[in-house]
Design a protein around this ligand. Sequence first.
Ligand code: 1PR
Length: 557
Amino acid sequence: MSLTQILAKKTVFVQAQNILKTVRLKVMITLLDYGAGNVRSVTNALEYIGENVKVVKNSEDIISAEKLIFPGVGNFGSMIRILQQQNYLAPLKSYIQSDRPFLGICLGLHVLFETSEESQNVSGLGIFPGTVKRFDTALSVPHIGWNGINIKKPSRLFAGLSGKEKFYFVHSYHVAASENEQEVLTTSNYGYEFVSSIQKGNIIGTQFHPEKSARYGLAVLKNFLDMTLEKQMPITISTDTKLAKRIIACLDVRSNDHADLVVTKGDRYDVRENGNVRNLGKPVELARRYYDEGADEITFLNITGFRDFPLEDLPMMEVLKQTSLNVFVPLTIGGGIRKYTDKNGCTYSATEMAAAYFRSGADKISIGSEAVQIAENYLKTGKATGNSAIETISDIYGKQAVVISVDPCRIYVQSPDEGNGHSVIETNIPGPNGEKYCWYQCTINGGRKKRDIDAITLCRICEKLGAGEILLNCIDRDGTNDGFDIELISAVKSAVSIPVIASSGAGCAEHFHEVFTKTDVESALAAGIFHRNEVSIATVKTYLEEKKVEIRHTDTI
Ligand code: 1PR
C-alpha cells in the first residue's frame, strides 16, 4: 500500500471516529412537561442552540433520560399533585438521586426542596433541606424582571460570562440565601438576598428563566448541557444586584381591510387614517426587530379579540409560534380572553383560551374587557366566585402569568363629591371647564363602551382575585406623544402591591425617565415611537443609563 493510500485510509478512519463521537455526544434532552405553562419556550431555546428535545410522555421517559430539564411554572401544590397523578414524582426523585444532569427552572428549583409556603402540607422532593418562602418585602410581588447575580461559587453554568449580566425572573416565592450555603451558586437581591441558582453534583436549579433571558440565558443553557466545561468564576463578583426597569415594546395587532394581520397604532384608540387601518408592519418581523434592539419584553394585543373568537384566530396563534422560535424574552398576549360559545354551540372557558395562547409560546396573558366585567360582578356581590378567568388562570398558571390590561379615560368633575363614589384625584391638568378633579373611567371593547367603575377600584379587585401585573393604558394619552399620565400611574401604583406597566403617550426618551423617577412603576411600554422609528429602544436605554436609572444592557454575545 502506497503512503498516499495509507494516509487516505487514516483520514477516513479519523473522520469516521469524529462522526461517531458527535453521534455519541449528541444526547437527546428530555423535557419534563406536566401540562401547565410554557414548555414551548424551553423547547425553542434548546432547539435554537442545536439540541434535540424529547418531551416526557410517560414515567419511562424520565427513568431513561440522560439529561433532564424541568421548567416548572404555576403553583407548588398543584405541580406536585399533577406530578403524582401522572406517576412522575417517584421516577423524578430517583432520576435526581442518581445524580444524572438535571436543570430545574423556577418551580423546577422549588420542587427540589422539602416544602413551600405556597402550599402548606405538600411535600417536595427534599433533595435540599428547607422551605421555599414567600417574598416578605415592601417591594411589589411577584418579583418580575431582569435582575443580576452575585456569584458565590465557581461553576460551569456561568462559564464565559462576565458576571454582570441580568437574567429574567418571575416569581413570588424564593429560597432563602442563608440555607444550603455550601451549594448556592449565586444569589440575587430583591428587598434582600435570595438564592438565584444552586448546584449539588449534577443537580442544578435556577430561579431565573434562562430560556427567557435572551442570549446570555441561552449561554447558560448551553453551559448546563456541556459537561466537559471546567468550573469557572466570572470576572465580576457583584455583591448587590438591582432589578432593571423594563422597556416593553407593544404591538397592537388586527386584520386590515385586506384581511392581512398587521401591527397598527391608534390615536386615542382610533387606528384608522383616511378610513383605512394603519399598517405599521408585520407582527413577527417587528417583534424580532425589537428583540434585537433590546426590548425587555414584547406584548401583542389582539385589539379586535373582543369581537372575534381567539381559538379560531389561527393567524394570531401563528404569530406567537413564529415569534417564540427566535425571540427569547417574555411574550405577553391579550385580546378576547373570556368564556365563549361558538356557532356550533360549543362553549370554551377563558382558561382554555389562555392555555392555547400559552401552548403557542405566550408567557403571560392579558385580560382587558373581561376583567372589567369580573370586577363589576365582584362589586355587586362583594364575593369572589372562584371561577372567574382571573382566578382560574392564575390558579393553574400562577399569578405572574395574569396581566390586567386597563383602558381608562379621564372624567373631569368640579369636586370629589361629584365622583359618584369613584376614586377621585386632584389633578394639575385642569379639565375643559377648569375642573381640578377627575376620576378614571374604565372602558371595554377597545374603548368603545364606558363602564361605571374606576381604574383604581378595578386594579384593586383584580389584584385581590389573583392578577399578577397591571398594564395601565390611558386613552387620553394613547398615540399622542405627550408623555405618560403620571397622575393616573401614581394613583394606581399606590393602590396595588403588584407590578405596574406604565403605558400610553411616550414621545421621547425623557418621558421614560419622567415615569421612572416620578412614580415607582417597574416598567414602561410604548408602541408608536418605536413603530415609526422616531426613538429606538437603544436610545431610551442609553438615556436612562446616563440618568442613573437601572436598565438591562442588550446582550453582546
Ligand atoms: O378587551 O381583553 O379583548 O383585550 C383587548 C386589548 O386590546 C386590550 O388590552 C386593549 O388595551 C387593546 N386595544 C383594544 N382596542 C385598541 C385600540 O387601540 N383601538 N389597543 C387597543 C390599545 C393601547 C396600548 C398602546 C399604548 C402605547 N392599545 O397598549 O400600545 O397606548 O401606545 P403609544 O406608545 O403609541 O402611545 P380584551
